[in-house]
Design a binder for this molecule. Structure first.
Ligand code: PLP
Length: 385
């Protein structure tokens, strides 16, 4: 018999809403035209694509639908934002400011551009809550800075950045601001005008939409060089036949995520409190908290199980069908600890034993209790062995 799954890995990916699947189905069945074709099927696909773009633009409070570019995922959106801005500038080498805790799609793009000699990059420090140092931003930003790229919320520990302050600093110096807002929909407000940003990345599968589509919001004031060239789709900024079904699914998912946000956040807050209380009651000083509870997305709880207990915990959770994420990865026999925990100055042995629980509106109190029970029995087994 198939065991029930308890899915607590929603920062990795989410289950699509059933309305999303329904909204996409016609475009896989009968409405499969290419939006660039001039015949009836093509025109129908173009209308559906335009509707999805326009709905999403309204939801993000963009000035016009043309500011929404469909891409394949947030990795592509982040890459297009950073490379696109630098490649569109007339200087040989641009200055970028980002932070040490960005997603690898931002960090590795910046590092590659440093190696290629097209950018100098400053990586801002964060404090022990993973909050970027805005004083340091003020010290290093100048009118020559081409781009600041700071994620709105961190995927590993959930920290939400002071985007209002960051946006004001960028405006003072007239510097472009990009934000990776991938973890935001359904969990925090989303509005490209408040705080004001020039570029913003999203990925549909992180908010109960389909995998295979993301978007880059790009203010109409901003010049961008394309990375993919060819058919000239997406206002010549991202060639490739548009995935109409996925765009329609992403638009439905964003509507639902934003409409249900307040209820979802209330629910996530209760579930996370229950989880953390259960863990601290049962584990006392054998568990430590890596997520700053007051300044983070309510769905994310990153903790470390001390005294080499976390591997056994993870195995036990997996055996019981409880899906969570380990904070460290094993590459060729060596433990690679999270760059985010490292930047927060979490000691290496604590970072190496971290576990991330990331919840969604679908989780229940019963699931949280089962998870705590599973961890507690793993603990008993560890201490008896
Ligand atoms: N940015 C953040 C904050 C993420 O959490 C992720 C995925 O984990 C990405 C970017 C990359 O998203 P995608 O898988 O859509 O490329």
């Amino acid at each position: 018999m198939k065991k029930d799954i308890i899915y607590l890995d929603n920062n990795a990916t989410t289950r699509p809403y059933s309305d999303v699947l329904e909204s996409m189905a016609p475009f896989f069945e009968d409405r499969y035209g290419n939006p660039s074709s001039v015949h009836k099927m093509g025109r129908d696909a173009r209308t559906a694509l335009d509707e999805a773009r326009s709905d999403i633009a309204d939801r993000l409070n963009a000035d016009s639908p043309a500011e929404v570019l469909f891409v394949s995922c947030a990795t592509e959106a982040n890459t297009l934002a950073i490379r696109g801005i630098v490649n569109a500038s007339c200087t040989d080498r641009d200055r970028i400011i980002t932070s040490q805790i960005e997603h690898p799609s931002v960090l590795e793009t910046c590092e590659a551009m440093e190696d290629e000699g097209t950018a100098d990059v400053h990586y801002l420090n964060v404090d022990d809550r993973a909050r970027v140092d805005t004083d340091e931003l003020r010290e290093v930003i100048t009118e020559e800075t081409r781009l600041v790229s700071i994620m709105t919320a961190n995927n590993e520990v959930g920290t939400v950045q002071p985007m209002g302050e960051i946006s004001s600093i960028c405006s003072e110096y007239d510097v472009l601001l990009h934000t990776d807002a991938v973890q935001v929909p359904a969990k925090a407000p989303l509005n490209v005008q408040d705080p004001s940003v020039d570029l913003l990345s999203l990925s549909a599968h992180k908010f109960h939409g389909p995998r295979g589509i993301g978007l880059l919001y790009k203010s109409k004031e901003v010049d961008l060089e394309p990375i993919l060239r060819g058919g000239g789709q997406e206002s010549e900024l991202r060639s490739g036949t548009e995935p109409v079904a996925l765009a329609s699914g992403m638009s439905t998912a964003l509507d639902l995520a934003m409409d249900k946000r307040e209820d979802t956040v209330r629910r996530l807050d209760q579930l996370r409190q229950l989880l953390w209380k259960g863990l601290s009651d049962h584990f006392g000083d054998r568990v430590c908290l890596n997520t700053p509870l007051e300044s983070s997305l309510k769905n994310t709880l990153n903790v470390s199980f001390l005294h080499n207990e976390s591997d056994k915990m993870l195995i036990n959770l997996d055996l019981e069908g409880i899906c969570v994420s380990a904070g460290s990865a094993c590459h060729s026999g060596a433990i690679e600890v999270s760059h985010v925990l490292d930047a927060m100055d979490v000691p290496e042995e604590v970072a190496a034993s971290s576990v991330r629980f990331s919840l969604s509106h679908e989780n229940t109190k019963q699931e949280i209790r089962q998870t705590i029970e599973c961890l507690t029995s793993a603990r008993t087994r560890v201490s008896n062995s």
